[in-house]
Ligand binder design. Structure first.
Ligand SMILES: C[S@@+](CC[C@H](N)C(=O)[O-])C[C@H]1O[C@@H](n2cnc3c(N)ncnc32)[C@H](O)[C@@H]1O
Length: 245
């Protein structure tokens, strides 16, 4: 069971995405529990103001420390275990990836802090465990990264995916991109499904898929391919790629 608190100024942002498909089903089955915490509720200001001008000048507004600290403390009251993380979404953080999603799925509680405006008062860093970025670009808020992290992490929580949706063959699972997928019809606009996939020969299908995974990783993600440790079989399959494809 994974508990998640999302600390945000825009709880409504999440209503659509968290209430469809796999995440909806996971919450209904109580495998994942997601609570939205409105940072604004922790403002002491009578106008519910949560931001202020940056010390030292400069453009934009900065989220004040008090409401964010108190929202984190509120979420921590629900945490019953050591196995938790307090994650600040930030373009300056470590880039989120497959491995991080797997690690987060082994925690029992995640608290995700979504920044906005120019970001959050730097002192928030004293109470977080992780600073995580979705990539080298700047978004207007941490809500999209929070959703992406929850979605990718949930896929590793036992019971979230049905048995037919196992993440084990998927891209990045073993350091390679996934092989190409086809479904019916056999021929569409003159484009044929590769013959081997219709053969029923499981060994041949396995070789074909492995070869394709190697090929597309080599072509599309040479950085991943470089890090991947080839097996003897992979080396054989790669040789055959050289001659025929
Ligand atoms: C406009 S951004 C602030 C950017 C900040 N001034 C900087 O230059 O590093 C506002 C908020 O969006 C979120 N955010 C923006 N880009 C992000 C990214 N690539 N990954 C994770 N969070 C991001 C963070 O929570 C951030 O506090």
């Amino acid at each position: 069971m994974l508990n998640v608190h999302i600390l945000t100024l825009f709880p409504d942002f999440f209503t659509g995405p968290l209430n469809v498909s796999i995440l909806k089903r996971a919450q209904e089955k109580e495998i994942i529990k997601i609570k939205l915490v409105n940072i604004r509720d922790f403002s002491r200001n009578k106008h519910k103001k949560v931001d202020d001008y940056p010390y030292g000048g400069g453009c934009g507004m900065v989220l004040k420390p008090e409401p964010v600290f108190e929202a984190v403390e509120y979420a921590l009251e629900d945490v019953k275990t050591e196995r938790h993380r307090v994650i600040l979404l930030s373009p300056q953080g470590k880039t989120f990836d497959h491995q991080m999603a797997k690690e987060f799925s082994q925690e029992s509680h995640l608290i995700l802090i979504c920044g906005h405006y120019e970001g959050i008062d730097e002192r928030i860093k004293t109470i977080i465990s992780d600073e995580v970025s979705l990539g080298d670009f700047v978004l207007t808020g941490g809500e999209i990264p929070a959703l992406a992290i929850i979605d990718a992490t949930a896929r590793f929580v036992p019971g979230v995916l049905g048995s037919s949706e196992s993440p084990k063959d998927e891209s990045f699972a073993e350091g390679l991109l996934e092989y190409p997928q086809y479904t019916r019809p056999e021929v569409y606009r003159g484009l044929r499904v590769p013959e081997v996939l219709l053969s029923g020969n499981h060994k041949e299908i396995e070789f074909y898929r492995r070869k394709q995974a190697l090929k597309r990783t080599l072509e599309k993600r040479p950085d991943l391919f470089k890090k991947y440790k080839l097996t003897d079989l992979d080396k054989e399959l790669l040789k055959s790629l050289d001659c025929k494809e």
